[in-house]
Design a protein around this ligand. Structure first.
Ligand SMILES: Cc1ncc(COP(=O)(O)O)c(C=O)c1O
Length: 483
């Protein structure tokens, strides 16, 4: 039978020392493990006994044990006593660094708590995700992807670092893809990024000033992040109507020269609104007059269900006012982490130079794979199927809402993208509703995350769930509201 060694303790912390008591305890236990006194398998006394032996409060013991457990040195089983589980690499960890002190010191602000909860719960397998901004994994084009990877087996001969703007083959594929859709660009007008989010970071770090104001639609996806605010910039929400952003409400003086407009003109996240052609032209004229540069986020540009997509602001712009952002995340796979910036060559070079300082390039493997997927015609074929599927899911979702939600709420009818923006007729406690929905196995995205004021809305998504799943969830939610 294995003989269990029990740690013998006669030492006590020095209560007059400037080193916090729990850190002294952490150090004492580490020393005993590293000098071999307490080998792997040694059992520590229970937390109650440790508190008695060290003559300290139970909470001091808990803090010390938590820290040692987080280093992987001991197992955190508090009942029967903790056990030494590692005495090798773990002991190389910083001696007694209190990371808690550092947690709020960085310049990135913490996510809103509902966003943190959603980010966590999205990985609970039993929850139906009714607001998620991601395509249903069941729609991933597995066969076409397998063929693509198969071709790459012989094509890829190495996976080294790539040039600052990204894989030339991918920039050529994208330039052709975009030029077929009205762009007039060369591969050197494109920078490959690790997703559009990184493009936004690059723009804020390289082109904007600390006290710049970023004007944007209200509500907007951007409000769900603190990306610009963390860099010391202000975010200002501009209302929309059914034709898109009401640009004349942007509070800007001529010659301000440090502000920028961020807009998602096509299938906007979260409202689903698509800006009309007339509004696009008027907005461009306004921005030219006011010298207000534009970041156009085209994440949902290729997901229009009726006819062809509207012209992008970038295509309508003749004055290099617009930086265009594209991504493979909403059309194909967010896990590729591939996005692209389309802009004038000096801007693209500047952003590329900063990107080299940040991560030395997006994944080469993802870039090769996407390039091949576009070149062999699979991307276009698959996009046709995806649009049809999303359209049918949207129609099912709208029918379900009409059936179960008409007395409770109103909503928009999106002409593409993923989202339906729903607003309750009566004020409801949205946080409580969010919790009740979770108890029923449904994960929602409350509108407050995206809006500049408290609202009574939900961002619903028909992209992640089938029509049947959407209907079953909406029925359950209507039962909560009925009560
Ligand atoms: C409008 C918009 N832009 C950008 C992103 C992020 O894209 P990526 O995964 O390319 O960083 C999202 C994701 O939800 C989005 O909705």
């Amino acid at each position: 039978m294995k003989k269990i060694k029990i740690a013998q303790i006669t030492w006590q912390p020095d209560k007059d020392s400037s080193i916090p008591i729990y850190q002294q305890i952490v150090q004492y236990i580490r020393n005993n493990i590293s000098n071999g006194e307490w080998p792997v398998g040694t059992r520590l006394p229970s937390q109650r006994d440790l508190a008695r032996l060290f003559k300290v409060n139970r909470s001091t013991i808990t803090s010390a044990i938590d820290e040692l457990t987080s280093y992987g040195i001991i197992s955190g089983n508090s009942g029967a006593g903790t056990e030494v589980i590692s005495n090798t690499w773990s002991l190389f960890l910083p001696p007694v660094t209190d990371w808690n002190k550092f947690i709020s010191a960085g310049f990135f602000q913490e996510n809103n708590s509902i966003v943190q909860t959603i980010n966590k719960l999205e990985f609970e397998p039993d929850l139906i995700r009714l607001g998620t901004g991601e395509i249903d994994p069941r729609l991933f084009p597995r066969k076409r992807w397998q063929k693509t990877l198969h071709t790459l087996e012989t094509k890829i001969t190495s996976l080294g670092y790539l040039e600052p703007l990204g894989l030339l083959a991918l920039r050529k594929s994208l330039a052709k893809h975009l030029n077929d859709r009205g762009f007039e660009i060369e591969p050197d007008n494109i920078l490959i990024t690790s997703g559009s989010l990184q493009a936004l970071q690059l723009i804020s770090a390289s082109l904007l000033q600390q006290d710049s104001t970023v004007f944007t639609e209200a509500p907007t996806y951007l409000k769900s992040l603190h990306l610009f605010q963390s860099m010391g910039m202000n975010l200002s929400g501009i209302p929309m109507d059914e034709s898109g952003l009401q640009y004349w409400k942007i509070p800007i003086n001529n010659g301000d020269m440090k502000n920028v407009l961020y807009t998602i003109p096509t299938n906007q996240n979260p409202s689903g609104i698509t800006m009309s052609q007339e509004r696009r032209l008027a907005l461009l004229k306004f921005c030219l007059d006011k010298q207000l540069p534009i970041i156009e986020d085209g994440a949902y540009q290729e997901l229009c269900f009726e006819g062809s997509s509207p012209q992008t602001l970038k295509n309508l712009d003749k004055n290099d006012m617009v930086i265009y952002l594209g991504t493979a995340s909403k059309t194909l796979a967010p896990g590729l982490r591939i996005g692209w910036v389309v802009a004038s060559k000096p801007i693209v070079r500047r952003l590329g130079d900063v990107k080299m300082q940040i991560d030395y390039g997006a994944s080469s493997l993802s870039q090769w794979a996407l390039s091949e997927f576009i070149d062999n015609g699979f991307y276009d074929e698959y996009l046709d199927c995806l649009r049809k599927e999303l359209k049918s899911r949207r129609d099912r979702a709208l029918n379900s809402l009409t059936k179960y939600f008409s007395k409770f709420a109103t909503w928009n009818v999106p002409s593409g993208g993923f989202y339906i923006w729903l607003t309750f007729k009566n004020k409801i406690k949205i946080e409580a509703f969010f919790e009740q929905a979770i108890n029923l196995g449904i994960l929602l995205n409350p509108g407050d995350i995206y809006d500049f004021k408290h609202d009574h809305s939900l961002r619903l998504s028909f992209a992640y769930v089938t029509g049947d799943e959407f209907e079953a969830s909406i029925k359950k939610l209507s039962e909560i509201l009925d009560k």
